[in-house]
Design a protein around this ligand. Structure first.
Ligand code: SAM
Length: 245
């Protein structure tokens, strides 16, 4: 997979050189290229923002540097894939979940446009839609200072799903959100620590009993922490439109 990131803070993406993602890059499983938006400016001050039309607080990212930067990404990208997916971190975007991470993991080429200030001039997205599949994407219902943290989170969620990135592919199967439930609690040695014992069943060697216990734990944990993930109640879905698996 190829990932291009356009940002005014290239150093913010340095963590993508670490850990499993860094190793995947060195192994050639993932190609990440970070671009400085200011390289696409033409004035002495390398200006990327201006005051908003219509007034209001804050600054807006200017369209011209973005247009040039995205053109350059397209020109320098892999030639043999179709329209790249342009992900635009935005608090008003589609909220990232595991299903979306899985969907993005099938793409050959992702491009991220990191907004700052009050965001990017809307015409950049309209213009880009002629050459990219544009998807505004949100980390959740809160406001960050910029899109870079979203790029780190999305890249990690997506890249760990690529073949070979996580050593033991089985560890991906039982994780939280893979089938709508949270993961069961996990334990390691020692069996007793600060007066707290590992549940007896996990020491039993009875694989069927362990599987039953874990499934029960997943249900209980999901009900306690994320009841919204379980089948909707009549109150949530008065018209009965939701399909219960
Ligand atoms: N004025 C914008 C609004 O209310 O929608 C928020 C701008 S925010 C201060 C600056 C940038 O941070 C955004 O353009 C976006 O790139 C990023 N950002 C903020 N919150 C985000 C979120 N929840 N998910 C993804 N990106 C976010």
């Amino acid at each position: 997979m190829r990932i291009d990131v356009v940002t005014i803070f290239p150093d913010y993406l340095a963590p993508l050189e670490l850990s499993l993602i860094g190793r995947a890059r060195r192994a050639g499983l993932l190609d990440v290229v970070v671009h400085d938006l200011r390289e696409a400016t033409t004035d002495r001050h390398r200006t990327v923002d201006d005051t908003p039309y219509g007034g209001g607080a804050g600054m807006v990212m200017k369209p011209e540097p973005w247009g040039r930067a995205l053109d350059a990404v397209l020109d320098g990208g892999p030639a043999d894939v179709g329209r790249p997916r342009l992900l635009v971190p935005s608090p008003g975007g589609r909220v990232l979940d595991q299903a979306m991470a899985r969907e993005l993991a099938t793409e050959p080429w992702l491009v991220f446009a990191c907004g700052r200030y009050e965001g990017i001039d809307e015409r950049v997205l309209l213009d880009a839609a002629q050459r990219f599949e544009v998807t505004p994407v949100s980390l959740g219902d809160y406001v960050l200072n910029g899109g870079e943290v979203a790029v780190l989170a999305i890249t990690e969620a997506v890249a760990r799903l690529l073949p070979g990135v996580v050593g033991n592919a089985e560890s991906l199967v039982e994780e939280s959100h893979e089938d709508g439930l949270l993961e069961y609690p996990v334990y390691t040695k020692p069996a007793s620590w600060r007066g707290l014992d590992v549940p007896e069943v996990l020491l039993s060697g009875d694989h069927a009993a362990i599987a039953r216990w874990r499934h029960q734990q997943r249900l209980e944990r999901t009900a306690a922490r994320r009841p919204d993930l379980l089948a909707p109640t009549a109150a949530d879905d008065p018209a009965g439109l939701a399909v219960v698996p």
